[in-house]
Design a protein around this ligand. Structure first.
Ligand code: ADP
Ligand code: ZN
Ligand code: MG
Length: 486
C-alpha cells in the first residue's frame, strides 16, 4: 500500500522532460548613421554628443528611413533564407520609460520585413527592423538625489538601427542554443552588417524556455530570460531555468508565464514581471513613414552583397577538403581563421586536413590576438612547416618547437630548423646512434636475433631519446633490423 503510493509519486518525480527553446535576437546594425536621422553611430563616445531633435524625440520632427539599414535588413533576411515582404510597415510601440523620449519605439509588428527562413537546424520565424532605445547609466550610491540612487540617460544609442530575429521553438538544449547563436553570430559577422559584440550589446539575446514530458508534442508554458550578454551566461541561464521548471513540475506545481532575469554572479533567476503585468503596447501604424517596398534592384543588390556564409563554408571544407566536421566548423565559424587557413593552403603543398589540424590545435592556443593575421606566424610559414612535417624533414615534436619560435619572433621555418639544429638526424648521424643503441642494449639485440620481435622496442626507445624526436620511427626500425641482420 505505502509502496504503491510511493511508486506513483516516483513516477512524477522521475518523469523525463524535453526542453523547448526559442530565441529572440537583437542585432545593432553597423550603418553610418541612425535609423531615422542623420546622427552618426559610434560606441564609447562622450554621452549625448550624437543627438539631434529627431532622435531626442522633439515634437514636430519627422523620421526619415535609413536606406543602408533596409539594405542590411534585406541581406540578413536573404542570408537566413526568408521570404521578403513586398510591403512591410512600421508601427509605434507605446510605452513609457526614460530611455524612450518619444513615448513609443518605431518597430515592425504584424507585417515584418522578412518571414519563414532557416539557419542550420533552426527555423526562423521572422526578421524585422526597429530602432534602439537610449541607454540608462546608473550612478549608483555616488549619485543620490533625495536619498535615492539616480540614473542618467545617454541618448547616443537612441535611434540605432536594430534587426530583431525571432526563431521558431526548435532548440532543445542549452548547448544547442549556444552553438546555434555562435553560428548566427558568425553569419552576421561575415555579412559585415554588425559588430556582433555581446559584451558591448551589439548582439543581444533573450531566450524563451519551456519543458514538456519527453515524447509529447504540446508546448508547455514558457518563461522569457532577458538579455544574456555572453554565450556562457546564455547556456547557464537556460540550464538553470530548465532545472527550476523541472523541479516545479516534479513537485506537482505549474509554470507561471513570466519574464526572468538571470544573475550570472549567483546563478539565480528573479522575476522581472508576470503575465498580469505584461505591457499593452497599443501598437498602431506609424503615420510618418511609408511602407518598405523593396524594388527588384534593391533585392538584387542585397543578394549580390551576400558572401559565402559560414554554414556553406563549413560544408565545403568538409566535402571538398576532407576536413572532419568539427574542424571545418571551427574554421568556418571564425571567419578570419578560415581566411588564414585558406591563404596558407594556397601558399604551399601542405595537406589540407593536416594544415587544418595545425591551425586549430597548434596555432590557436599560441595566438595573442583573436585575429590570426595579427600573429607573427605568417600563413605561408605555417604551410611550409606542415609540408616539412609530411616531407619528413622535421619531426612533429620538433615542428612544435619551430612554431613556438615563429609565434615569438616570426621568420621562416627552414631557417629556424637550420639555426637550431631541429632537422631530422642525417643518415650518418642516425647510423652512428643506431650502432650505439645496439651496443648499449646487448640483451635486447640478442633476444631480437633469437626471434623475439618485441625486444626491438628498447633499442628504438634509445634512439628516439638520443635524437630527441629528430628521427622517423619507421626509418629507425628499418635501420636497426638491417644492422641486426634481420
Ligand atoms: P510572445 O507573444 O510571448 O512574444 P511569441 O509567440 O512571439 O511569444 O514567441 C516568442 C519566442 O518564444 C519565439 O522565439 C518562439 O519560438 C518562442 N516560443 C513560443 N512558445 C514557446 C514555448 N512554449 N516554449 C519555448 N519557446 C517558445
Ligand atoms: Zn539624431
Ligand atoms: Mg514576441
Amino acid at each position: 500500500m505505502t509502496q504503491r503510493a510511493a511508486g506513483a509519486g516516483d513516477e512524477l518525480a522521475e518523469r523525463r522532460y524535453e526542453p523547448v527553446i526559442g530565441l529572440e535576437i537583437h542585432v545593432q546594425l553597423k550603418t553610418r548613421t541612425k535609423m531615422f536621422c542623420g546622427c552618426e553611430l559610434a560606441f564609447g563616445e562622450e554621452p549625448n554628443t550624437l543627438t539631434c531633435p529627431v532622435c531626442l524625440g522633439h515634437p514636430g520632427t519627422l523620421p526619415v528611413l535609413n536606406a543602408e539599414a533596409v539594405h542590411f535588413g534585406l541581406m540578413i533576411g536573404l542570408a537566413l533564407g526568408c521570404e521578403i515582404a513586398p510591403r512591410s510597415i512600421f508601427h509605434r510601440k507605446n510605452y513609457f520609460y526614460p530611455d524612450l523620449p518619444k513615448g513609443y519605439q518605431i518597430s515592425q509588428y504584424d507585417i515584418p520585413l522578412a518571414t519563414g527562413g532557416r539557419l542550420g537546424d533552426v527555423r526562423i520565424h521572422r526578421v524585422h527592423l526597429e530602432e534602439d532605445a537610449a541607454k540608462l547609466v546608473h550612478a549608483g550610491s555616488s549619485g543620490r538625489i533625495h536619498g535615492a540612487e539616480a540614473s542618467a540617460v545617454d541618448f547616443n544609442r537612441g535611434g540605432t538601427p536594430l534587426v530583431e530575429i525571432v526563431t521558431e521553438p526548435d532548440i532543445h538544449s542549452p548547448q544547442q542554443a549556444g552553438e546555434w547563436l555562435r553560428l548566427l553570430r558568425a553569419t552576421l559577422k561575415r555579412l559585415g552588417v554588425s559588430d556582433v559584440n555581446m559584451e558591448e550589446g551589439s548582439l543581444r539575446c533573450d531566450a524563451n524556455v519551456s519543458i514538456r514530458p519527453a515524447g509529447t508534442a504540446t508546448l508547455g508554458t514558457k518563461t522569457e530570460l532577458k538579455n544574456m550578454n555572453s554565450f556562457r551566461f546564455l547556456e547557464r541561464g537556460i540550464e538553470a531555468e530548465i532545472a527550476r521548471q523541472e523541479e516545479i513540475l516534479r513537485g506537482g506545481g505549474a509554470i507561471e508565464q513570466e519574464t526572468l532575469h538571470f544573475d550570472p554572479a549567483t546563478g539565480s533567476l528573479s522575476s522581472l514581471r508576470s503575465k498580469e503585468e505584461a505591457h499593452d503596447y497599443r501598437y498602431f501604424p506609424e503615420p510618418d513613414l511609408v511602407p518598405i517596398a523593396p524594388t527588384d534592384e534593391m533585392l538584387a543588390r542585397a543578394r549580390e552583397a551576400l558572401p559565402e556564409l559560414p554554414a556553406a563554408r563549413a560544408e565545403r571544407f568538409e566535402r571538398d577538403l576532407g576536413l572532419p566536421a568539427a574542424t571545418a566548423k571551427l574554421l568556418a565559424f571564425r571567419s578570419e581563421l578560415g581566411d588564414y587557413f585558406e591563404e596558407a593552403l594556397a601558399a604551399d603543398s601542405a595537406d589540407a586536413p593536416a594544415l587544418a589540424n595545425w591551425v586549430t590545435v597548434e596555432l590557436v592556443p599560441r595566438l595573442e590576438d583573436e585575429d590570426p593575421f595579427a600573429s607573427k606566424v605568417k600563413p605561408r610559414a605555417l604551410a611550409r612547416l606542415v609540408a616539412m612535417v609530411s616531407e619528413r624533414s622535421v619531426s612533429q615534436s620538433a615542428a612544435k618547437e619551430v612554431l613556438d619560435v615563429l609565434a615569438a619572433e616570426g621568420g621562416e621555418p627552414a631557417a629556424i630548423v637550420e639555426q637550431r639544429g631541429l632537422g631530422m638526424a642525417g643518415a650518418n648521424e642516425l647510423g652512428a646512434i643506431v650502432e650505439r643503441a645496439i651496443e648499449a642494449n646487448p640483451k635486447a639485440a640478442e633476444e631480437f636475433r633469437a626471434g623475439k620481435q618485441k625486444a626491438i622496442g628498447a633499442i628504438v626507445g634509445f634512439v628516439m631519446r638520443e635524437t630527441q624526436g629528430r628521427a622517423d620511427g619507421g626509418e629507425v626500425n628499418r635501420l636497426i633490423r638491417e644492422k641486426l641482420g634481420a
